[in-house]
Design a protein around this ligand. Structure first.
Ligand code: FES
Length: 104
């Protein structure tokens, strides 16, 4: 069963900037960015050692964690440093100018 939650207004999302949003009922803030016009969302927690990815940066098609420099593909979540790690991404939907993500 899908669990869809509203995250933020689409006009709050800035190209190549990382932002995280607290969502009621969701334990870990949701990270949102926009790259080449595409909105991307995932958990804000790095799968390596649970550091917030919002302190990281975007490099090309990857998000890079500020803690140890591990990089994760923005679309697949795959880690280019450790194939056992994967950043959890969420399916995004836009309705009435609002971003919703599917947590299931
Ligand atoms: S905590 Fe993110 S790379 Fe180590």
């Amino acid at each position: 069963m899908a669990l869809r939650v509203r995250v933020c207004a689409v006009d709050q999302i800035v190209e190549d900037q990382l932002a995280s949003y607290e969502v009621e009922g969701v334990a870990i803030p949701i990270l949102v960015t926009k790259v080449a016009g595409e909105i991307i969302a995932g958990t804000s927690m790095c799968p390596h050692e649970d550091v917030s990815l919002v302190r990281g940066c975007i490099q090309g098609t990857e998000i890079v964690c500020s803690a140890h420099g591990y990089a994760f593909d923005l679309r697949t979540g795959l880690c280019s440093h450790d194939t056992n790690l994967r950043w959890r991404t969420y399916k995004c939907t836009i309705e009435s100018g609002q971003l919703y993500v599917d947590l299931a």
